[in-house]
Design a protein around this ligand. Structure first.
Ligand code: LLP
Length: 430
């Protein structure tokens, strides 16, 4: 963030989960509970999710994006999350054996699961087919061949969508842009591979083709990117007379006070309007991940050391880092910070918030503003960490991963316990 964008205002409540409120001591409360008291009880670093926020975004997605809309579980998944998503009527998109297994343990019915992956293993395909997943999104000709041979052996016909790449570049970071021609995903429209894949499906007794899927990228703010892709895909899709079209995920969210993003409802309205004007008659659904989970959570850290470098800057080091938030390092993503015990105070002190890994790139917020007088032992937090935070956590430097709480209406439950050093040692053959 450039210096002129730096704000000294208190954190806007719009970046916090829906149930966020200010308590009598000036402390942040979520789900009716004081964040500083939760940190004292459960330790830091700590992910705290507002369960009602998650539920409300799931319901908004079902209403706005339609039947068959799936939560993209790569954004954040654990058994409790799989159950929650299922209870709220969303299907679930999984993209690996581990995600599929979690959905199964969370008792998501087979027909409500969508399996993705550009390089699915035989064991992933076998598990998905034997559990009866609703759709396998086929990504390559090799996969079609494998589904044919599996069918020859067990007679199971796999219900599929074909993933196509529409050749549209989303306005987002190139690492999370996926719809362009030069992509490892899907069948290209322009090259003719997509049409060839449709024809192969029609000759393949191992698959039943229901429709087409595409995904242009993630953290996309501009609805015109979605509209452009739909326009291109609809021209290919309509003559095929298939019954389903999935537009993938990708709706961006605001991480800092200088960003703003369309809501899920606005995204849905745009898609519906575009489908009407393009004459798309199929069932259109989507796969939101970030827009469901991101704003539902905050990460709470304890300050371990403060280093003032005269004439240079102040470094505030916390007990996490890219172990729990890899996004600043991977994508240069911007975050903001605040002190959960002093949520209403102006943030007048400039500092760089860093983690505790032995790399200079381990920065959580490059240019943070914080209330005056924070000291070692105080808490600071980053909002909007519910998506691609815990799910991309690592244990670099053999640092155990944080605990994850769901809070709602005055009670907290641990949905992922804190990793211990013993957990880390569990794989070592001694
Ligand atoms: N569907 C498919 C096929 C996807 O590949 C993705 C995300 C989604 C849906 C969900 O997209 P969302 O609504 O969450 O934008 N690690 C990156 C994001 C990678 C997204 C990959 N695919 C980040 O931290 O920004």
């Amino acid at each position: 963030m450039s210096d002129e964008n730096l704000t000294s205002a208190p954190l806007p409540m719009s970046l916090l989960p829906d149930s966020a409120e200010v308590g009598e001591r000036g402390e942040l409360r979520i789900g009716g509970l004081a964040i500083d008291e939760l940190a004292a009880e459960y330790g830091t670093p700590l992910f705290i999710y507002d369960e009602d926020h998650l539920r409300s975004r799931c319901r908004e997605a079902v209403t706005a994006l339609g039947e068959g809309t799936a939560y993209a579980s790569k954004a954040f998944l654990c058994v409790a999350m799989a159950r929650l998503v299922n209870e709220e009527g969303l299907h679930i998109d999984v993209a690996s054996h581990g995600e599929l297994h979690t959905a199964i343990v969370g008792e998501v019915p087979g027909p409500n699961i969508v399996l993705h992956g550009n390089n699915k293993s035989d064991s992933e395909l076998s598990l998905a087919r034997s559990y009866g997943v609703g759709r396998v999104v086929v990504d390559s000709f090799d996969e079609l061949d494998r589904l044919r041979s599996m069918h020859q052996k067990d007679g199971i016909v796999t219900p599929v969508l074909l993933r196509i790449t529409p050749g549209v570049e989303a306005h987002t970071h190139k690492f999370i842009s996926t719809g362009q021609n030069d992509s490892k995903f899907g069948f290209g429209l322009e090259s003719g591979a997509a049409l060839e894949a449709v024809e192969q499906c029609r000759q393949n007794p191992g698959v039943e083709l229901f429709g087409v899927h595409y995904h242009i990228g993630s953290q996309v703010f501009r609805v015109d990117s979605f509209a452009r892709a739909l326009d291109v895909v609809a021209r290919f899709f309509e003559p095929l007379e298939l019954s389903e079209l999935s537009v993938g995920g990708g709706l961006g969210v605001a991480y800092t006070e200088s960003q703003s993003a369309p809501s899920i409802t606005e995204w849905g309205e745009m898609l519906r309007g575009a489908c009407e004007s393009l004459g798309v008659k199929a069932r259109v659904s989507a796969e939101p991940g970030r827009s469901i989970a991101a704003q539902a959570a905050i990460t709470v850290y304890s300050i371990g050391t403060i280093k003032e470098l005269p004439g240079i800057r102040t470094y505030v080091a916390v007990d996490g880092g890219f172990v729990d938030n890899a996004r600043p390092m991977l994508y240069g993503s911007e975050y903001t910070t605040f002190a959960p015990s002093r949520i209403e105070e102006s943030r007048v002190v400039k500092a760089r918030v860093v983690g505790q890994h032995c790399e200079s790139s381990d920065v959580i917020v490059q240019e943070a503003t914080l209330p005056e007088g924070l000291a070692v032992g105080d808490l600071i937090a980053t909002p909007v960490t519910g998506a691609y935070g815990y799910s991309m956590a690592s244990s670099y430097n053999r640092m155990p991963r944080p605990a994850v709480l769901f809070v709602s209406k005055g009670s907290a439950r641990t949905v992922i316990r804190r990793e211990s050093v013993e957990d880390l040692m569990a794989l070592d053959v001694q």
